[in-house]
Each structure stands twice: as C-alpha cells, then as structure tokens.
Design a binder for this molecule. Sequence first.
Ligand SMILES: [Zn+2]
Length: 72
Amino acid sequence: MFCCDQLGEMASRGFVVNEPIHKLANGRILTEIDTDYFLAFGDERPSYVGLHYCPFCGRSLSRELWNREKKK
Ligand SMILES: [Zn+2]
C-alpha cells in the first residue's frame, strides 16, 4: 500500500521497499526509524534507509511520526 503513485512506482522498480524491518535481514539498516518504508541501495547486500516522509507527496510514513501526531 502506497500513499501515491510515484512511491508505488519507485517500489515497483526496487528503489523503495515496504516491508517490516525484520524482513530486511539480508541488508544493512542505516537508520533507526520505526517505519515499514525504506529506500534501498545496492543489490547483493542492500543498505536500507528508513523514511519518515514520502519524498513525493510528503505524507508521514513512520510509526514514530504517527505516534507523535497521536499525542498532540
Ligand atoms: Zn506519497
């Protein structure tokens, strides 16, 4: 599930993954963001960078932000 077509497009090309963090054991997680959305770099042993926001439409994608918003 993606917030916008552009992010879905990136995912279909393999630049963005939408998986729970424990499923990314084949690579290195470079951030400690509580999210299921990651930018992926490299093929054999990818590096994953967690996303707080969609780079295209700006929607928040991390549980960290959702939890922050709930507390307001
Ligand atoms: Zn988006």
